[in-house]
Design a protein around this ligand. Sequence first.
Ligand SMILES: [Zn+2]
Length: 413
Amino acid sequence: MKAERVLEDLRELARLTGGPDGARRVCWTDEWAKAREFLRSRLDELPVEVTVDAAGNLWAGMAGEGEGFLIVGSHVDSVPAGGWLDGALGVFTAVEALRSQDEKGTAPVGLRLVDWADEEGARFGRSLFGSSACAGTLEVDEVRDLRDRDGERLEDVVARYDVNLTRVNESNGQLRGACAYLELHIEQGPVLESRGEPAATVLGTCGVERHVGVFSGQTAHAGATPMTLRRDSFAATAQAALAIREVGFGHDGVCTVGGAISEPGVVTAVAGRTEMLLDQRHLDPDKLAAMLTEAHEACEQAAADHGCEVELRHLWSIPPIPFDDRLIALARDAVMEAGGSDTAIPSGPLHDAAEMARLIPTVMIFSSSSPPVSHTPEEDTPEDDLRVAIEAYGRTVDGALASAAAGELPPRE
Ligand SMILES: [Zn+2]
């Protein structure tokens, strides 16, 4: 693997589809098409067959000696003012994996790059569009009528890119013969930076529980109502939010009260009703369930303490999706050989890899993020850390190719 070639490609992509306001490769737009054109120009230099599947995912396959193939890739789409590395790092490192394999000769099994369509969901709010279609988890009727800011329907917009929504699940056929899926991505958070580590293996994606807590008290005059005679829904929410914070600490998970809206929301009134947004994540399903139970109890206690009632309304959830133990072991060794440590962390954000992990052995590697932010033009990673991450990924690909050739990662039927 020649990390320098990956960095050159990434810089060129940023030049073509970025700028002072950040990356603007929003899926199903001209800028995204331009990013794909650049990707194709790189793939054109290799002995690969490039196709686009029924869900708009781009594939580039290189033949191998044995049966089956490994899938390498990520997504070139971005949020509207995104960073230069989110998704693009994984795609262009996958290009380098193909390129360096081509220089070494025929691979022991095939190698197939994928650029997933619409990972971010930036235009219509449905993330992991292409990978979930491929995994068979995209409910077409739930996304058909999603509209963008200008009121355009998802079904009409994707049709302009030759995607017939009723057929997107045919993308699943791409996985016939797949032995494993490997993805490199930036961490998008502060864990590796805070430990001074360039890269790490990812154990899986956290399960997520999202709820709205609705606290009902009594709207009352701020001057006329003594402190002891209030049913203050905002105070109950505040108490619950702080208690829920401790729940996150207690289970080594993450619990976020991302916002609260009170009614009537005026300076002269005790808030009679407050809605609180709650997001909880953990890699361990039992701990995730325990965190939800304890958050529920914290809400009940806070409501009782303030003479209110509370109801937790379910918004959305997804179970934890663990990655493959054999590939995790390969990746841990690879990260160490590339100059990192034997660190393995869960991913809080979801990734296309989570969709693949439902069906085929999967692993991810993270590079550090420094500053530890993403989905903003400030997103960055020191080049030395990128070099370690790219090298670690290449070694993991080599290890997985060898395992597949040895029959340890049998091709999917
Ligand atoms: Zn991403």
